[in-house]
Design a protein around this ligand. Structure first.
Ligand code: NAP
Length: 588
């Protein structure tokens, strides 16, 4: 491909993909776009740090060959007023990975935001924001070190799709008429109208990326964020499609949160990612109160927009948050703040957002050692209170330094203490692993408490069932009673006898069929008084349906079945405790 203004560097090789997997050579060509306003300052400083980290990590064996690409004001100067030159888009596709500074949205003239245009033109459907705490950074949380989440936000659908009709326009009236007359919808006169499309295709491709990321990076869980209790067919569908996808495409690598408790007793099997979901408003609370419960989040567009900034604010604000927009293959990493034009060319602002986006880019390329050096050096420099003006005003006694001096301090740390830094990052990982084990121990020891703490409300039979105990069909009632007393349970399953059927014996059977019939518990076999066949429900049956099954069959407990085997029991008392504990709201 030949370009008018873009010059591909000599000696570099393009990144390619094979079956959707990146093939990164040791000398990849990567595109960078300086951006407008403060963009050139932060880009210059960051390039030096990235290069130093790669050099230190690989001793010259690997090197990035940077290729400048143009968007925004610099592009307009070169391409006769074109802020969004075609060849830049072609080059990003050709090079696969690019990193960019902020861009001014030209005012007037009907310009769309260049960032939005870039996402749409390249179909960068996943906005990825890792949010973690770096020691030393000012934070409003008491334990900010518990924040370590990666948010995957859908970028193309939802109320952002631009299907919107202003109040009073003919289009609005036409749509309002259709909704009222054809579909019986009711709403106030002159309401502005917008459509919220959420498709299986759009949802699944985003959730697929989130789950794949969690698997590749040994993450603990993926949480589907939604407001499905209110918007059932958009937000609720997003959740349902997420679970469906996890089961169909990642069945080997994932388990649901229900199964974590019901099948695995709270112990996370090695190599499995837990898929769970939370209502959007609940997760806003939980990410402040119990951030360690969350790991990778998959969200629709609007929820993700709010959530990304809210979580970033917990660990230093959006000024330092890194980010990327990713398609199936192409990835554009970016500073998440704007161009702050009043600080342009003053060598003053904080380069962290772009700098850490670069660390994220190195991880995306699989160059984790270089990313680790940056991630570990960063808190050391900030911890020494060697910071730009924005942090300095929040940190008493800080040294205020320029953009370039901050970059130089990082570079010095990286080139000076690489071994120390690698150990530091390793220690952080070990601390996270330790926390993970503690959470697991809590789930195993006290599942109900863990459930409450994690903001989860059980929805299915598997979520509230108690483990079963069974006795042989030939056991006497007395032996079975001994088993019941020892385990503090009010019923036991009776294993199949000659009939091949399972049965259940309850305290009530003993009262009625032993005491009431004046028989000896020592001489009667459990199979003689057990109820058969079992009234069973599927593990994933919803709680209202479980309850209906009990009412219809006039029983006080049902057996939960999975793969034709009884795996647990749900009793009236269990259902009562759930209502008492979590309240009860009608389900969809
Ligand atoms: P902004 O550029 O993000 O700046 C708002 C304020 O945030 C600045 O005045 C400054 O606060 C602080 N800030 C931003 N970046 C900083 C950094 N690197 N270091 C320290 N402080 C930083 O937001 P804006 O003024 O609303 O937008 C300006 C232009 O940027 C607009 O044209 C907008 O369209 C564009 N924009 C682009 C992107 C993008 O390209 N991704 C994103 C958002 C906005 P203090 O004044 O308190 O020091």
């Amino acid at each position: 491909m030949t370009y008018k203004h873009i010059k591909l560097p000599q000696g570099g090789k393009k990144i390619s993909t094979v079956n959707g997997t990146l093939q990164v050579p040791d000398n990849p060509i990567i595109g960078f776009i300086e951006g407008d306003g403060i963009g050139p300052d932060i880009t210059k400083a960051s390039l030096r740090v990235w290069n130093a980290a790669v050099e230190k990590a690989y001793g010259g064996k690997r090197k990035i060959h940077w290729c400048e690409l143009y968007l925004g004001e610099k592009a307009a100067g070169l391409y006769d007023g074109d802020y969004f030159p075609r060849e830049t888009l072609d080059a990003i596709k050709d090079l696969t990975i690019a990193i960019k500074g902020p861009l001014t949205t030209p005012v007037g003239g009907g310009f769309r935001s260049l960032n939005v245009s870039l996402r749409q033109t390249l179909d960068l459907y996943a906005c990825v924001r890792p949010v973690r705490y770096y020691q030393g950074v000012p934070s409003p949380l008491r334990k900010p070190e518990e924040v370590d989440v990666v948010i995957f936000r859908e970028n193309t659908e939802d109320v952002y799709a631009g299907i919107e009709y202003a109040s009073g326009t003919p289009e609005n009236q036409k749509l309002a008429g259709f909704l009222r007359e054809q579909l019986g919808a009711q709403f106030f006169e002159d309401a502005g109208l917008a459509i919220k499309p959420i498709s299986p295709f759009g949802s699944k491709r985003l959730i697929r990326k989130a789950i794949q990321f969690a698997i590749d990076h040994n993450r603990e869980s993926v949480t589907l964020v939604h407001k499905g209790n209110i918007m059932k067919y958009t937000e609720g569908a997003f959740r349902n499609w997420g679970y469906e996808l996890a089961k169909e495409e990642f069945g080997e690598h994932t388990i649901t949160e229900e199964a974590l408790y019901s099948e695995f007793g709270g112990k996370q099997p090695p190599g499995k990612v837990v898929i769970k979901d939370r209502i959007a408003d609940v997760i806003f609370q939980l990410l402040q109160l119990r951030p360690s419960e969350f790991d990778v989040l998959a969200t629709m567009n609007l929820n993700g927009d709010y959530l990304s900034d809210a979580v970033a604010a917990e660990v230093g604000g959006i000024g330092i948050a890194p980010g990327a927009n990713i398609s199936d293959v192409v990835a554009v990493f970016e500073a998440t703040h704007g161009t702050a034009p009043k600080y342009a060319n003053q060598n003053k602002v904080n380069p962290s957002s772009l700098l850490l986006s670069g660390a994220m880019m190195l991880e995306y390329m699989g160059w984790n050692e270089a990313a680790d050096l940056i991630n570990a050096a960063y808190p050391k420099v900030v911890g020494e209170k060697f910071v730009t003006y924005d942090f300095a005003r929040l940190m008493p006694g800080a040294h205020t330094v320029s953009t370039s001096a901050f970059g130089d301090a990082l570079t010095a740390k990286i080139t000076g203490n690489a071994d120390d830094l690698a150990r530091f990052e390793q220690e952080r990982r070990e601390a996270l692993e330790q926390e993970r084990k503690e959470r697991e121990a809590q789930r195993v020891a006290n599942p109900m408490e863990a459930m409450r703490a994690s903001g989860r409300r059980p929805m299915t039979a598997a979520g509230i069932m108690s483990p079963i105990k069974s006795v042989a069909a030939s056991a006497t009632v007395e032996e079975a009673m001994h088993e019941m007393r020892q385990n503090n349970i009010s019923s036991v399953l009776v294993q199949p006898d000659g009939s091949g059927q399972w049965g259940i014996m309850t305290q009530r059977d003993i009262v009625m069929k032993i005491v009431g019939a004046n028989k000896s518990a020592a001489n009667v076999n459990v199979s003689e008084i057990a109820s058969k066949p079992l009234i069973t429900v599927a593990a994933d049956l919803s709680l209202p349906m479980v309850s209906q099954t009990m009412v219809e069959n006039k029983v006080r407990r049902v057996v939960v079945e999975a793969n034709d085997e009884p795996v647990g029991i749900v009793s009236e008392t269990d259902l009562f405790h759930i209502v008492e504990e979590f309240g009860w709201e009608p389900e969809e």
